[in-house]
Design a protein. Structure first.
Length: 125
């Protein structure tokens, strides 16, 4: 996937403005709101894509754990599960620290549960 400069610039600006940590704070404050959690996971996914700096910020802000909690809280929401899995994959892609946080948060179990629960949904596998 090609990334244009404006998108990379916008991701950097969002990270520098604190959008990553604010997104995680909103996830913690509104755990039961599935629609908000879907939007937050998508926002995290976009902000950390092609941005090692934002991936580090996400890890430091607790985004990995918040995403896993969201997966466990909203197990039946296939779209949320798909987006959360993508966000986790990108956050952990080149960050040993985030991979360790994912392991500690039981992200593998959440991902396997999502795949099992939504095995009929092509977009989840």
């Amino acid at each position: 996937m090609a990334t244009d400069t404006s998108s990379a610039d916008n991701r950097a600006k969002a990270g520098n403005a604190g959008a990553v940590s604010h997104t995680v704070a909103v996830m913690h404050a509104h755990r039961e709101n599935a629609e908000l959690q879907r939007a937050a996971c998508k926002a995290l996914m976009i902000m950390v894509m092609d941005s090692a700096d934002n991936r580090a910020k996400a890890g430091n802000a607790g985004a990995v754990g918040a995403t896993v909690v969201t997966m466990y809280t909203h197990r039946k929401d296939a779209e949320l599960q798909r987006t959360a899995c993508k966000a986790l994959m990108i956050m952990a892609s080149d960050s040993a620290d985030n991979r360790a946080k994912a392991g500690n948060a039981r992200a593998v179990f959440a991902t396997v549960a999502a795949m099992h629960t939504h095995r009929e949904k092509e977009s989840c596998n």
